[in-house]
Design a protein around this ligand. Sequence first.
Ligand code: NAP
Length: 238
Amino acid sequence: MKRILLLGGITEALAIARTLGPEHVYSLAGIGRVPGDLGCQVRVGGFGGAEGLATYLHTEKIDLLIDATHPYAAQISANAARAAQLSGVPCWALRRPAWQAQAGDDWREVAGWAELIEALRPFRRPLFTLGREPLQHLDEIPPEQFWTLRALEACPGNERCEVIGARGPFHLEDERALFERRQIDVLISKNSGSTATEPKLDVARERGVPVLVLKRPELPGVDREFFAVDELVSALNL
Ligand code: NAP
């Protein structure tokens, strides 16, 4: 029987984990919720880089590594590919397809924080949906801007920034209300490709609000790539 280590942290990974029996391991970084109702083993926390992960694969006698982490979690994906090389264990990956711009969208890709700040200059009321990174820059908010920042956990903002703690899925009506209440004139987003967070893009389109899209990181080549959970699960042939 082959033993699987599944690297997760997103909805699709949890769906794969639900198909795994007790000999397999589902691994989480430890920043989100840890499910308590899985048939497989669950472990939480880092491995100590690619070398640490390679050691884990060896000592735990893992036969297949599956990278089903978030498309912007580039470090763990790089570690997975490297650990697979070091240990000789094959690596498969679930690569979530990106959102595609539709008619009426005004998307502008930015490569990183410096480019993002430059692209934000013409705007007054940005909504950040990138996670916690903007919290490090609250002291740099230009006097003409008022930020709204949504992250998993609420935390203090300042007089120029409201921080909202909320977890998806987000609903169209609530997103409409948020854009209206905060008079959002630009949205900042990763291109996560998740249906759970997509309604904000619909509202941006409805209101003619531009979207600054953080460029996706490059992910490493692996033995097999899948673009849908059911394809990967059926290839496992458990
Ligand atoms: P990252 O920068 O790629 O990884 C940072 C470190 O966290 C890794 O080097 C690894 O530590 C540890 N790690 C990450 N995923 C792990 C996993 N599934 N099991 C064990 N250790 C893991 O990742 P991140 O962007 O901070 O994201 C952390 C986790 O949250 C990921 O699992 C990802 O799937 C999930 N997530 C991320 C985002 C996002 O926008 N980035 C959004 C939703 C969910 P060691 O080097 O010590 O092994």
